[in-house]
Structure formats: C-alpha cells, structure tokens
Design a protein around this ligand. Structure first.
Ligand code: DGL
Length: 282
C-alpha cells in the first residue's frame, strides 16, 4: 500500500494522477485538515506534523509514503529521510518517504535529480521559470537552489501566494480565488519587467485546482508545468526499479482519511474530483 499525504485537498491532484496510472496499486491518502494550511506555519511545526502523518501512514500499513505537498517536502523531506527515518522503528529498509520537489525540478531542468552539475545543453539555458508557492516553500529556496545547480543561467522568479491554498480549502468564491491568482501573476510579471516567463511551476499541490485561473492570467507564451503528471512519471520510474512496494497490493483499493470533518471534506473534494469516494476520519 502506498501512502500519500497533504495538509488538505491539494494532494488529491497528485493522487488522482497516480490512481489513474497505477490501477493495481492500493493507496491510502491522509489529509491533515486539523492543521491546514501549512504554508505559513513555522518550519519546526511543519516538520513535526509531516513526521506524525508519515508515522500514521506507516502504522496503517503503507510501506512507501509520498509527500504530495510542496511545503511538507521543501521543509521536511531531507530531515525525515536523513535524521528521522534511519533512527525510527521503520528503519528496516522496507519503508521509505519521498517528495514531489525532485520530480518537478527534473522536469523543469530536463536533468535527472542525480545530476547536480550543469550539463550541455542545460548549461546554456537562459529561460525564465516562475515558481508560485506557499510562504514556506518559497522561503525554503529549494526550487531556485536545485534549478540553478543544473541550469545556472536560468532565471528563477518566485512568488509567495500566502492565502491561496487556504482560500481553496475554505471553498471561497471563484472571484476571490481569481483575485488571489491575478495578484500572484502580477507579482511575477513585476519581477520580470513584464517579460513572460517560459515556464510556470504551480509549486503547491492546491494550485492545479485553480489552474484555469492561472492559465487565464499568465501570458499565453508561458507553459504551465503539470506537477501531478511529472510526479506520476517519476513515481512510475521509481516503482519499476522498486517493485517491492507494490507486492501484496490487492489492486485498486483507495482509502481517503482526514483529521478534519469527513462530511465537509468529502463535499469539497467532490467539487474538485467529481465522483471521488468519501473521506473518513483518521
Ligand atoms: N498543498 C500544499 C503544498 O503543496 C500545502 C498548502 C498549505 O497547506 O499551505 O504546498
């Protein structure tokens, strides 16, 4: 069984792609609605909440946990992988935790994650990449740092959209969401002197839920990188090399859990993912 975690509904954008791709895998999704949004929280809190969620998913039988959340990945993944997991009771080589920043950087730079120095032709790439994210994702600096290692001439423009994930979770009216997106795009354009970026990374898994609004306000020239798709591509590659994570899966079992109110969360999830099954309380 594969665990997928997010602070709220955003990770469903990734889960949806994964369930469509891996019909024989069993998934358990955990949304921490008791603490959503994570994006403006202190880093230590995000690490503690992400660790607790990962433990919960391991306890439920997941062997592999994917943090379907940029904030949790940017702030916590290295610490969980390097400091917590090796000392935890799941340090048996059979459990692992992964994030979604690496596949996104790989796709944005067309460079494998393992390659950390500039190669031809990426070495001479002079594109501009816009990254929209939560406060903590942007201040972690992980996207510019990892992109520039592989493409040193690429300009990375970051924009904090501090209210957007919370507004999506609160099911705010479309006009309000659109105003937040418009403001975020204007923030990017003011940093590029109105030159359209070549690519945009919606670096928060909630944001694909309003991708149509980003599309409306970004210049037509700007390509939006589909994070759910590139994460699923990379996950597919990972599971091909490590089929043990699919061993014992019964095929197509999906459970959706929330630390919040299951009825409220199910109603909202159905708006974004019509026909998705109901959440139960974790
Ligand atoms: N969906 C999450 C992300 O990808 C977190 C949003 C939040 O809880 O602030 O960053």
């Amino acid at each position: 069984m594969i665990g997928v975690f997010d602070s709220g509904l955003g990770g469903l954008t990734v889960l949806r792609e994964l369930t469509a791709r891996f019909r024989h895998a069993d998934f358990v999704y955990l949304a921490d609605h008791a603490h959503v949004p994570y994006g403006n929280r202190p880093s230590e809190q995000i690490v503690a909440l992400t660790r607790a969620a990962t433990e919960d998913l391991f306890e439920r039988g997941a062997k592999l946990v994917l943090l379907g959340c940029n904030t949790a990945t940017a702030v916590s993944l290295r610490r969980l992988q390097r400091e917590w997991l090796p000392k935890s009771r799941w340090a048996d080589g059979a459990h692992n935790v992964l994030g979604i920043v690496a596949p996104t950087v790989e796709a944005a730079t067309q460079t494998p994650w393992a390659v950390t120095s500039p190669q031809y032709p990426q070495k001479y790439n002079t594109d501009t990449v816009a990254v929209f994210g939560t406060t903590r994702t942007v201040t972690s600096g992980v996207y510019p740092e990892e992109i520039r290692k592989r493409c040193p001439k690429v300009t990375v423009v970051q924009q904090i959209c501090s209210e957007l994930a919370g507004a999506i979770e609160a099911s705010r009216p479309e006009a309000e969401l659109e105003a937040l997106v418009r403001e975020g795009v204007a923030g990017v354009m003011s940093q590029t002197a109105n030159m359209p970026p070549h690519r945009a990374i919606l670096g928060c898994t909630h944001f694909p839920l309003v991708e149509h609004l980003f599309r409306r306000h970004l210049p037509p020239f700007t390509r939006i990188l589909s994070q759910p798709e590139v994460v699923a591509d990379s996950f597919e590659d990972y599971l091909t090399r490590r089929p043990q994570y699919l061993a014992g899966n019964e095929g197509g079992r999906l459970s959706l859990l929330t630390t919040g109110d299951a009825d409220e969360v199910s109603a909202l999830a159905g708006v974004f993912w019509p026909g998705v099954k109901s959440f139960t309380e974790a």
